[in-house]
Ligand binder design. Structure first.
Ligand code: BES
Ligand code: ZN
Ligand code: ZN
Length: 490
């Protein structure tokens, strides 16, 4: 049952519970007593008002008993719109056994921040009620069907509500794709899903099959796909705004539907989550959908190379040489460094269209998870202004990134004795050598950035286990605030 969220000026009688925000310093507040909340009881239950806490209690209002969900919001002075995202997630989880809830959480936000906080709250509510149950014989979906957010029905709030819904639908789409097992979500099936979803937003989609990919000479994609019985696909999705465009942005996403490592096979432990190796692809398909739904004034094209990385009888062998779309030759010394091979083709194709900027998203290296952990994506690129815009969108959306340097001196690590370059560097700085490899396939005049999302794309444990949809919000914010990047002064 999809969650229905509306703005309402006041609570209706048919609602199961009301949610109120309580800050960690607000627990001493006598106002709570005035609205019938038993602070002693809340404290005895262990509630402290910290962000991420929720507790169901009851109060008597006008002689009637009413259930109240106390939602922790952290220190009052530090409450920002983003706090309402966490509060939304927490509330949705705490309310999973209720059918309908009225949220008074916007009350704690200063009036000028309310539309932004409303959008974050909506996204949090959808995120917290997300479940992936396609492979469960018994559905364990939450009961929660309806949330009334108590607030003013003005144009800014209505717009924020719609944006929150569109972005949440995009994120749920990405999470579904990431969570689907590799044997189920083949490259062909991914392409069909992406096509159907894009059409819902009125986008133009081109799906290339193996013959078309061969004709286009995508040697990287074909080389990775060679060990699989599943055929590769290459998907291009285009969005043009109706009015004047602020610029032209190209997105590229790594779409490895399962990464076994190929002949350079992964150890069992490292292979268990490799259905998520198409998270970059899922994020860019989801993002261009949301961009179109929000009618952002920018031209966007998404390029998605799709394959799995298997080890069939004719798989690419370590030592084989592939020729990428831009004619550069690559000696494949490790078939597990496959993401960069398919991105090589996609980035050269994207470059030919001369966009104002390119951003690629890829679960590219384990080294990035070692360096930055599970919450932070590695950011690399060839243009300061473009890196700055991405960092700004990261701050706005709380999808964390950290810049890593594309160290010139490390480029020689990619020298090959028989081809133009090899696909692996030394044992150190694996995320950076991967970034330097990608750079070889981008037109140097085009501002380009690469987000290594190997860490934040997928959570192995916790309440939001599985695909996260990381990157969707960041890309949408980036597109909404896009300015053609200034070239770096030499
Ligand atoms: N898909 C993996 C990277 C990855 C690791 C993503 C962990 C998410 C979590 C990628 O294709 C890969 O295997 N990279 C190798 C590169 C190496 C062979 C140079 C790696 O990181 O070990
Ligand atoms: Zn790999
Ligand atoms: Zn991979």
């Amino acid at each position: 049952m999809p969650l229905n969220i509306q703005i309402a000026e006041k609570t209706t009688a048919s609602i199961d519970a009301i949610a109120i925000p309580i800050s960690s310093d607000g627990l001493k507040n006598k106002k709570l007593k005035d609205i019938g909340i038993d602070v002693k009881h809340l404290k005895a239950l262990g509630f402290t008002g910290k962000s991420g806490e929720a507790q169901v209690v009851s109060r008597i209002q006008k002689g009637k008993q009413q259930l109240v969900i106390a939602v922790g919001i952290g220190e009052k002075a530090k409450v920002n719109p983003e706090a309402l995202h966490t509060a939304g997630e927490t509330l949705a989880r705490a309310a999973k056994n209720f059918k309908s809830v009225a949220s008074h959480l916007l009350d704690i936000i200063p009036a000028k921040d309310r539309p932004k906080a409303l959008q974050a709250h909506v996204e949090g509510l959808f995120s917290g009620s997300y479940v992936y149950s396609d492979f469960k014989s018994k559905q364990d979906a939450p009961e929660l069907q309806r949330v009334l957010i108590i607030g003013t029905k003005n144009a800014a709030n209505n717009k924020a509500l719609k944006a929150g819904k569109d972005i949440s639908a995009a994120i749920a789409f990405a999470r579904d794709l990431i969570n689907e097992p590799g044997g189920s979500l083949t490259p062909q099936k991914f392409a069909t899903r992406a096509q159907a979803f894009s059409k819902r937003a009125g986008l133009r989609v081109k799906v290339m099959n193996r013959a078309a990919i061969e004709k286009a000479k995508m040697g990287g994609l074909l080389g990775v796909s060679r060990g699989s019985t599943q055929h590769p696909r290459f998907v291009e999705i285009k969005y043009s705004p109706t009015g004047k465009a602020q610029g032209f942005l190209s997105l590229v996403g790594k779409g490895v539907t399962f990464d076994s490592g190929g002949l350079s096979i992964k150890p069992a432990n490292y292979m268990m989550t490799m259905k998520s190796d198409m998270s970059g692809a899922a994020a860019v398909v989801a993002a261009i959908y949301a961009i179109a739904k929000l009618r952002l004034p920018i031209k966007v094209t998404a390029y998605v190379p799709l394959t799995d990385n298997m080890l069939g009888g004719d798989a690419t062998r370590p030592g084989d040489v592939l020729t990428a779309h831009n004619k550069k030759t690559i000696e494949v010394l490790n078939t597990d460094a496959e993401g960069r091979l398919i991105l090589a083709d996609a980035l050269s194709i994207a470059s030919k269209e001369k966009p104002d900027a390119i951003l690629d998203l890829a679960t590219l290296t384990g080294a990035c998870v070692v360096a930055l952990g599970e919450d932070v994506a590695g950011l690399m690129g060839n243009n300061k202004d473009w890196i700055g815009q991405i960092t700004k969108s990261s701050n706005e959306t709380s999808e964390k990134v950290w810049e890593l340097p594309l160290v010139e001196e490390y480029k020689t690590q990619l020298d090959s004795s028989i081809a133009d370059l090899k696909n692996i560097g030394s044992n150190y700085a694996g995320s950076i050598t991967a970034g330097l490899f990608l750079q070889e396939f981008v037109d140097e005049k085009i501002p380009w950035a690469h987000l290594d999302i190997a860490g934040p794309a997928f959570k192995e444990t916790g309440a939001s286990v599985g695909g996260t949809g990381f990157g969707v919000k960041l890309i949408v914010d980036l597109a909404a605030n896009f300015k053609k990047p200034k070239s770096d002064k030499k």
